[in-house]
Each structure stands twice: as C-alpha cells, then as structure tokens.
Design a protein around this ligand. Sequence first.
Ligand SMILES: Nc1ncnc2c1ncn2[C@@H]1O[C@H](COP(=O)(O)OP(=O)(O)OP(=O)(O)O)[C@@H](O)[C@H]1O
Ligand SMILES: [Mg+2]
Length: 593
Amino acid sequence: MIKILSKSIREYKKYAILAPIFVILEVIFEVLIPFIMSIMLDKGISLGNNKLVIEIGILMLVMAVLSLICGILSGKFASIASAGFAKNLRHDLYEKIQTYSFKNIDDFSTASLVTRMTTDVTNVQLSFQMIIRIVVRAPFMLIFAFIMAMIINWQIGLIFLIAIPFLGVTLFVLMSRSFKPFSKLFKQYDVINRDVEENLIGIRTVKSFVKEKDEYNKFANDSSILKNFASKAEQVLAWNMPIVQFTVYACLIALAYLGASNIIKGYNVSGKTLFMTTGELTSYFSYVMQILMSLMMISNIFVMITMSLTSARRIVEVLQVSPDITNPNNPIYDVKNGDIDFEKVNFKYNLNAQMFNLNDINVHIKSGMVVGIIGGTGSGKSSFVQLIPRLYDTTIGNVKVGGEDVRNYDIETLRNSVAYVLQKNILFTGTIRDNLKWGKEDATDEDLIRVTKQASAYDFIMDFPGGFDYDLGQGGVNVSGGQKQRLCIARALLKNPKILILDDSTSAVDTKTDANIRSSLRETAPDVTKIIISQRVSSVEDVDLILVFDDGKIIAQGKHDELIEICPIYKEIAELQTKGSDNEGGSTDEENK
Ligand SMILES: Nc1ncnc2c1ncn2[C@@H]1O[C@H](COP(=O)(O)OP(=O)(O)OP(=O)(O)O)[C@@H](O)[C@H]1O
Ligand SMILES: [Mg+2]
C-alpha cells in the first residue's frame, strides 16, 4: 500500500526528505539546551562567574533561535510535501478513473469515488504531513533525551525503566481499543457522504416528492450514529492525557526525591561518593518531560495512522483496479462501415449473477439501415446497444462492427465511429457551443449549424440570447428536457459517426419534432446506420428493421407490417398506442419551458 501511495510523491520527494532532516536538527538543539543550561547553573551562577553566564546565555539564545528556524522550515517543507502529494494523488486517481469502464464505475458507485477523491485524500494528506514531522521527531527526541539523561546520571535514569514500559503498555492498550470505533467511524462517514451527495444531486426529485423531511430525518439519524462512534473513540483516547500526566508527575516526584538526596548525601560510583549538582537536576527535569512527551507523541501517531489507514486503503483500491476494457495489442484504426452483427451473444452485468441480462442474441444489421428497438422497461434494450461501442464486453459470443469483432478495434476509433446518445445523457457547465464541441473539438460554425438543424435544435438555439454562446448552467439546467435531448443528438452527430444510436433520445420531444428529426437524419445522413430505441411505435413504424425485446431476448424481428402479423406483443403495443394517440394532442416541450 505504501509503495502504491508513495508513487504520488514524485517531484515533492525533496521536501519530504528535507522536512525530517530539519526536524532532527530542531530536536538536537532542543535536547542540547537543557544540557548547557546545567553548565550555566553549576559553573556560572553557583560560582558567580558572570562572564560565563553571559557567554552561555548567548549560546543558548542562538540555539533556541536555530531550533525555532529549523522547526519553521521543517513545518514549511512538510506542508509543501503533503499538499503536493495530495495534488498528485488526486491527479492520479482522476486519471485512473478516466480509464474505468462502465462496469468498474458500477462496482464503486459514483458517490464513493467522489468521497475517495476528496475526504479520503485530505485525510491521507494530513496524516502524511504529521508523519513526516512527528514520526521522526518523537523517536529522536526520545533517544537523544534518554542518552543525555544517562550521561548526566544513569542511576536516576533507572526511573525510566519503570516509567517507559508502564506508559508504553497503557498507551498501547488504549490505542488498540480505539481501533474499532475509529474504523466504524470512517465507514459511517462514507454513509453520510453518500446520502448527502445523493440528496444534493437529486435535490429536484427530493423537492418534487416533498421528501425534505424524510431526507432530513435520515441525515439526523446518520449523524447521530456518527456522533456515537466518534464519542466512543474519543472516550478511549481521553485517557491518554491523564495517564501521561500521571506518569510525568510520578517521575518528577521520584526525580525530586532521588535528585535531592543525591545532591545532599551524594551517590556511589565504583566506590567513590559523587554529588549531583543543582544544574544537573534542573536539566534532568527537562529530559524527563521530553522523554515522556515524545512517548505521548508516538501514541498520537498511532491514532493518526489508524485514522488515515482506512482512507489510504480506499484510495489504493481505486488505484489498483485494472480497467476491464482495454485496447488490444494490435488495434485496428479504421472502421470500414456501419455493419453490425451480434453472434450468439449472452451478457450479464454481474458475473456472479445466475441469470443473463441478454440471452442468445443474433442480429445482422447492414450499413445504412434504420433499426428500431421496442420493448418493455428492463427488457434489455440499453444493455443490447451498449455492447456496440464496447461500453461493456459480452459475456459469451461476439459483437462485430464493420465485419470486425469490437474487441479488435482501438477503443477511441470504435467509440468515435459509434455515436451513442445515452438514455441518461448529460450536458456540462458551459455554453451550447462548448457542449456541442465535445463531439468534435475543431468543429466550425457551419458544422454546428448543420448538426443542430439535423437534430431540430437550430431554431430554439437561435431563440436563446447569444445563440450558440448561451450559457447552459450546471449540468444543462437552463434548457428543457426535450431541448437537452436534441442538443445531445446534435453533439453525437458532430462526430460524423458510422453508427448512430439513439437510446430513448426523443422521449421528451413531441411526436412532430420526433418525426422531423428522423426524416432529416434519413435525408442528410443516409449511410449512417441508425438504431432508434423508443417506447413509441410511431417512432419505429417506418424503419427497415424492428427488434422486439422481451425479458432479455429478441422475441421477433421484421418490418412493422410483418410484426403486426406475427408478433402478438408488438401488435398489442401498437394498438394500445394508436388508441392513446387520439387524446395525446400535440403538446410540445417548447410550451413547458
Ligand atoms: N449497470 C447495471 N448493473 C446491473 N444490472 C443492470 C445494469 N443496468 C441494467 N441492469 C439490468 O439489466 C436489465 C436490462 O436493463 P436495460 O437497461 O437494458 O433495460 P431497458 O430495456 O433499456 O429498459 P428501459 O426501457 O427502462 O430503459 C434490467 O433487469 C436491469 O435491472
Ligand atoms: Mg434503457
């Protein structure tokens, strides 16, 4: 895991190395200060040597300033390194997600990918910043201070033999008890993030179903669970400080007692009686504090690491996925024509599922044909067409475009030749022109006019202030459903595709405009194979071939008149709709604007 994450440090490596180096310098100065202070007390103040006091005083001041500078520098380097690391990490995640297939995205869910790119990266960034400073600081402080203490008087140092193990064991117990609540806490963060994201993305639906109160209650419930886990975790950790303080004071009392008796009565070193000086005792006090504080810091690092471990794991999960749809070794860069062949195709989204979502599909479509697809909701229409631009791969069987298996093409080439207007299509923040140019970056104004006319979008675009430069707002909120669909069709046409798939793309367009779009496509793009999925028989009546889907199977295929004869389901749909159309009227989406 560390190996994968550390790849994202890259150009910030030098800062990540400089930060701990300056921390070590800072620690060295901090540890030396009590030592020279003891010299000042014993040799200077006690003996009345003012010159020495001033000299050492200046030295101490210089060291304090140096230690401060090192501290500031290490903090600066650590924050540059961690912010840079987070930037690279987000970049790497984003780049990786772009290579994901639809299936990869289904596996994670969009909300979770967003959380991973934001909250989780921030967690890892913060702990990385702490770690490169404190992970080095605490152990170095511990070791240096311990050595200095031992140099002054190793016998009193024996206090540490009791204090350090005591503190180590208690802190370890505390840490291990806080692991569980912390990992639960982070799972709950996921839940909250998911709910908030869903609510905000679907805020219009929430409002139209008057579900604000339910959503509010859901959130209140989520956050009270979060509060419980957080307080459980914090309650365990709350013992941290009192235990450290207890140990520190116990050590100070023991030190005061032993130190005082060593000063007055002296102590034995290989037969000789030595006396501890006041200066030595004073600096000893500082070392006791430094040693125990660094132990506490070490325990805090463990907490920090536990907290960010979950986040780090979630990030690595995203980075480790190998996209399941990739380019072949010797890809084909040319799609000959718009022929489409499905040969004994079976498909399921989830490999572990028992049932296939598409069963035994055999279809042959000649280049330039207009094909209509009709069938109930959930019958597999979208699943069928998604296999053509290779948004998913078949589970069994082959899908061919232009006579070649789709898996042999360069993916970009294939997807540029197969323009697929998705059922749940979206526009992006920006002007109409920006959005259309997604289809072709170097499109000229003539291109834009041509395709928008084909998609019956030109007239309403011209009615907007600014025409092509009209701002669509976030996600295209400034246009109606039917206008949005027509813009999406125009965007797809700009690719000059060999195959055009319209997945229920005119559902929000009135029947007259729908017919206009179809006839203009037939006239202006006669060589393009067109696949039109629709709920309306009227949209597919005049096509060359109609496929009737039911429960993941093609139950009949043929022309309208044939199907009326041979397919009872088709006949039933057709009859129901002709009856209904009498009262449908000609309401247009323009009126709903
Ligand atoms: N991403 C997915 N993951 C798992 N199952 C899916 C996914 N998308 C669709 N399905 C399932 O596959 C089946 C066929 O769905 P599909 O979207 O192809 O239907 P459809 O005919 O396009 O329906 P509609 O007219 O409502 O768009 C359904 O049972 C659906 O639950
Ligand atoms: Mg569908």
